[in-house]
Each structure stands twice: as C-alpha cells, then as structure tokens.
Design a protein around this ligand. Sequence first.
Ligand SMILES: Nc1ncnc2c1ncn2[C@@H]1O[C@H](COP(=O)(O)OP(=O)(O)OP(=O)(O)O)[C@@H](O)[C@H]1O
Ligand SMILES: [Mg+2]
Length: 199
Amino acid sequence: MPVITAIDLVYDYGARRAVDGVSLALERGELVALIGPNGAGKTTLLSMLAGVLAPTTGAAVTHGRVGWVPQIGAVYSRLSVAENLRFFARLEAVPDAEAAVAAMIEQMELGERRAEPVGRLSGGNRQRVNVGIGLLGAPAALLLDEPTAALDPLQRERLWGFIHRFVATGTAVLFSTHDMEEAGQRPDRVLEMVDGRLV
Ligand SMILES: Nc1ncnc2c1ncn2[C@@H]1O[C@H](COP(=O)(O)OP(=O)(O)OP(=O)(O)O)[C@@H](O)[C@H]1O
Ligand SMILES: [Mg+2]
C-alpha cells in the first residue's frame, strides 16, 4: 500500500492554476526526485501532499505520518536546537516527545549544538535541524522542498547521507529540486513537472 497516493490534484491561486491534475503514488523506502523549472508547481504540489494546503479538487491520501521540510524552515532562531525539536514534537503530538527529541539529536549528529540558538548555526546545521523536525516521530514519508539549495557541496553530501539512512529504514522520501544537480543521489524515480503537470 503506498504511503501517499495523490488523485488528480488541482490547485488554483485565484485564476492561476498552479497544479493541473497530478496523480502519483509514493511507496515505502522509495527516494523520488521532483524536478522542474521555477513556477512549475513543485512547492504547491508538495504542500498539498504534506497536508498544509487543501487541494482545489482531487485528493491526497496518506497512510501514516508525513513529515514536511519546507524550503524556508519555520524554526525559532532564538530557541536552541533541542528547544525547537521539543516544540515541534509537542506540536505534532509525537508520542514520547523527549525520547524522540534525544534520538533525533543523536541521529542528525547535533549533540554538540543541542543548546545553541538555531539563529547562530551554520546553514548546514540549520538545515539538519529542519530535516530533524520533519523526521520526528518516525514518519512513513518525508517531503522536502529544495533541501540542499542553500548548502555547499560538503554540507549537501552530509545531508544526503542522513536522508539515505532514513530511506534505508523504509521511509519514503520525495524531494524537489531545480534540475538534475541532485541526480548523484540516485533517486529510484524522477518526476518532471512542467506547468503544473507531470510529464
Ligand atoms: N501564494 C501564491 N499566490 C499566487 N500565485 C502563487 C502563489 N504561490 C505560487 N504561485 C504561483 O503558482 C505557480 C507555481 O508555484 P510554485 O511555487 O508551486 O512553483 P515551484 O515549482 O515550487 O517554483 P520554484 O522552483 O521557483 O520554487 C507559479 O506560477 C507561482 O507564481
Ligand atoms: Mg518551490
């Protein structure tokens, strides 16, 4: 059974149709890339799959929790790494929030930074906090919007290392990117989006 099934998703911003009838299925343990030019509709599609945007028509059906890593993380810069994770764990009603936070700090190798305000972190560390928030509570699927766009090659590799580890444990991962720059990540599938449609 797919973790996410999208059925004929459509999204209109007023008169502008941003997503124009997208159907897809995301399976357990799959790494899938969503590529397309600026304005293709990637962020709008991912937002509907994440459940943060209600489709104009169509439906996104999910089995299990879906983690969401927006392009601009919604972290609190004055709160520490641990405080941010704890805040989002509670917001998402993750069972045993304290244990989930401790596990995520260890898995994302943020131990040395746990008490540091997120606003003082490097871009790479901050993005690891964002991804860690998306992965709290072991979601069945993780959706990431241009996760490595702002990272240097070394930080990019490092982040992909973490993501691949979660894919290996069965998490389904769908990420957007502008071009084939991330092809080195050997996704199982590449979905190409143009003008709101998968081509
Ligand atoms: N809040 C909004 N109000 C009106 N139109 C919007 C809004 N957000 C996006 N759009 C329009 O919807 C279309 C799809 O935008 P979207 O952000 O989903 O594309 P994208 O593929 O993520 O682009 P990018 O690669 O630049 O991030 C674009 O034409 C965009 O201008
Ligand atoms: Mg976008």
